[in-house]
Write a protein that binds this ligand. Structure first.
Ligand SMILES: C[S@+](CC[C@H](N)C(=O)[O-])C[C@H]1O[C@@H](n2cnc3c(N)ncnc32)[C@H](O)[C@@H]1O
Ligand SMILES: *[C@@H]1O[C@H](CO)[C@@H](O)[C@H](O)[C@H]1NC(C)=O
Ligand SMILES: *[C@@H]1O[C@H](CO)[C@@H](O)[C@H](O)[C@H]1NC(C)=O
Length: 502
């Protein structure tokens, strides 16, 4: 538990805070070692009242976002800062008590330094500087947080909440409630769909070839899709396709939640990076996908992503208005939901995982008047019976996501890169192309990752070679921008080909 200071100490800190704000960080840097401020009693009352709800579903969701999957933030190694290379190992007490936004790093030559890191926008982290003491870093972080009207702070003044003291309460709450699954009631699902149908999906086009959402990691419709796939939180990503040792699984969101370290890290970042003092189920689910279950702060969780429904809707609206579409690997339902939002007449798809298939069937019952035809099989074996206007999918990336151990999973049936390419990727693409009407479009969301290349899989290259051999003509590539502030730097490509008319 956090130590409580005396009342005098708290007043002194308030003063100090005001002075340091006034004179800038140089002053704060000269102040000695940090002392924990007294916790804000009102914040604690509010925290307590938040915890008196019966079900996690009724905790209000405040403004929040989830970050992009693990990436290492490049920190300047000059000015006495430490490089990012040394990962932070926590002790349990530190996890609860350390100020928000402060990361201790050190290198073999120098003393430890404290870096203040602020999440300035979805997927964007801002480096605020490195400091001699945690307190200095915490003050810098608070100052930035106030500018962003962050509701949780290290050194709160009247009416603000103190982050670290909330952690223990949240931890106890979620330990007793269990994993914060999304709501599943019919009424909740209907409301979600009603709201989604009000969206103007045309607005997702930022220019002719660019699609943009405020936050790709948390896009409209995701929650509705997850509601039908509670098993998605038990899915693991793998660390590449190591040929000798076989794939190494990362912890799933459920495993991260189940470990004390994973849950505490996730709750910390709900406060410090998502600005969600309630640590709502929605925010926490995202954070559990980001973190692993270790005492090291390194990301490392299984970021299982859905294809954004509104992006799919915008693509369908443009390439297949009122038409028939085929999705060879349906996945979590982002494109199925997108077909409804984009005014498609009929959606045909394959999905071999039995749990995911069941979820998609349930989702499709909600989506009339969209006609839905789902097939529980691998798409390498499936011939579409009618002509389609668009064949659009995001195929599994060999074995980087471990959806299920069933034999129908492409990476289980074809366990080597070579066999997977010839046995799954090629026939799937050939059958998609066959299904297309003359003048119809093949659309694929694929990227080659470093881990793929290391294990000899160049998904992007292979897909291009196969589709070219199938005789399609490539059209300009669409870019799906990752955040609202991205200017095309981090976009993900969506490739488009056209089948010759006549
Ligand atoms: C398209 S999803 C990847 C997640 C993705 N971002 C999405 O769009 O939801 C990959 C899906 O392909 C499925 N899959 C695996 N083997 C397959 C096969 N042989 N044929 C078709 N789909 C397959 C997996 O079960 C998984 O649901
Ligand atoms: C290691 O720490 C020393 C002293 O703080 C610093 O001068 C040096 O630049 C650091 N090196 C790296 C690689 O961070
Ligand atoms: C939807 O958004 C587009 C582009 O942002 C705009 O041109 C169009 O008028 C909007 N449609 C409706 C019904 O608001």
């Amino acid at each position: 538990m956090a130590k409580r200071g005396t009342c005098r100490c708290w007043v002194a800190l308030l003063l100090l805070q005001a002075i340091s704000l006034h004179f800038g960080l140089d002053f704060a840097k000269r102040v000695g070692m940090p002392r924990r401020p007294k916790s804000n009693p009102r914040a604690r009352d509010r925290a307590a009242s938040l915890l008196q709800v019966d079900s996690p579903e009724s905790i209000p969701t405040t403004r929040s976002w989830n970050r992009a999957p693990a990436k290492s933030l490049r920190l300047p190694a000059d000015k006495g800062c430490c490089s990012f290379r040394v990962k932070r190992h926590w002790r349990w007490r530190q996890m609860i008590e350390e100020p928000l936004g402060v990361y201790e790093f050190c290198n073999s030559t120098g003393p430890p330094r404290f870096h203040a890191i602020f999440a300035s926008a979805p997927g964007e982290e801002e480096f605020l500087g490195c400091f001699r003491t945690p307190r200095d870093a915490a003050v810098a972080w608070d100052r930035r947080a106030r500018r962003a009207e962050w509701p949780v702070l290290n050194f709160p003044v009247d009416g603000e909440e103190e982050g670290p003291t909330l952690l223990q309460d949240r931890f106890t709450f979620y330990r007793s409630k269990g994993f914060p699954y999304p709501p599943t009631s019919a009424a909740w699902r209907r409301n979600q769909l009603q709201d989604l149908l009000k969206l103007n999906v045309t607005g997702v086009w930022r220019s002719q070839w660019m699609l943009q959402l405020d936050d790709l990691q948390r896009s409209p419709g995701d929650e509705l899709c997850w509601s039908f796939h509670p098993h998605s939180f038990a899915v693991s990503k793998t660390k590449g396709a190591n040929k000798e040792m076989g794939p190494v699984k990362k912890p799933s969101a459920l495993e991260t939640f189940s470990s004390n370290a994973g849950l505490m890290k996730s709750l910390r970042t709900c406060l410090e990076r998502c600005g969600d003092p309630a640590c709502s189920p929605e925010t926490l689910r995202g954070e559990c996908k980001f973190h692993d279950d270790s005492m090291i702060f390194q990301g490392g969780g299984s970021w299982i992503a859905n294809f954004p429904a509104t992006v799919a809707a915008a693509i369908y609206q443009r390439f297949a208005p009122g038409g028939v579409v085929y999705d060879a690997c349906a996945g979590w339902g982002g494109r199925l939901l997108g077909a409804r939002l984009g005014g498609v007449r009929k959606y045909i798809a394959c999905e071999p995982s039995s749990k995911t298939f069941a979820g998609l069937e349930e989702l499709s019952n909600l989506l009339s008047p969209l006609e839905v035809e789902l097939h529980r099989c691998g798409s390498e074996d499936f011939d579409v019976e009618e002509e389609v206007d668009v064949a659009f999918t995001s195929p599994p990336y060999f074995n980087t996501e471990w959806y299920s151990d069933e034999r129908t999973q492409s990476h289980v049936r074809f366990p080597t890169v070579e066999a997977w390419r010839n046995g799954f990727l090629q026939p799937m693409l050939a059958k998609m192309v066959t299904a297309l009407r003359p003048g119809g479009h093949l659309i694929l969301s694929v990227t080659t990752r470093r881990a793929h290349r290391r294990s000899g899989l160049d998904l992007e290259g292979d897909v291009h070679q196969i589709v070219e051999e199938l005789g399609l003509v490539q059209e300009p590539t669409l870019t799906m921008l990752k955040t609202g502030t991205d200017n095309g730097r981090k976009g993900r490509p969506i490739f488009v080909w056209k089948k010759a008319a006549g």
